[in-house]
Design a binder for this molecule. Structure first.
Ligand code: ZN
Length: 77
């Protein structure tokens, strides 16, 4: 039997400034230094290499895990 993957609400919150996903206990965003977080996020986008065309295109200059949508707004446009 295939196991179902949890689709959202894993123990992460999203930075409202840059969309980075951080553990719920984090106080400061490791990507942009903001302390403005929300648990209202959807989707996951992983930046593995900042040299990739897509990372440049989307202006992600740090590796990490980002939410696609934060508080109803798309981080990725
Ligand atoms: Zn941030």
């Amino acid at each position: 039997m295939p196991r179902k993957m949890p689709t959202k609400k894993i123990a992460m919150k999203a930075c409202k400034n840059c969309g980075a996903l951080v553990p719920k206990e984090a106080n400061i965003c490791p990507v942009c230094g903001s302390n403005n977080f929300t648990e209202d996020w959807e989707g996951i986008f992983v930046v593995i290499s900042t040299d990739s065309e897509i990372a440049k295109e989307l202006k992600f200059n740090k590796k990490g895990t980002y939410a696609i949508k934060v508080s109803g707004s798309y981080i990725i446009k």
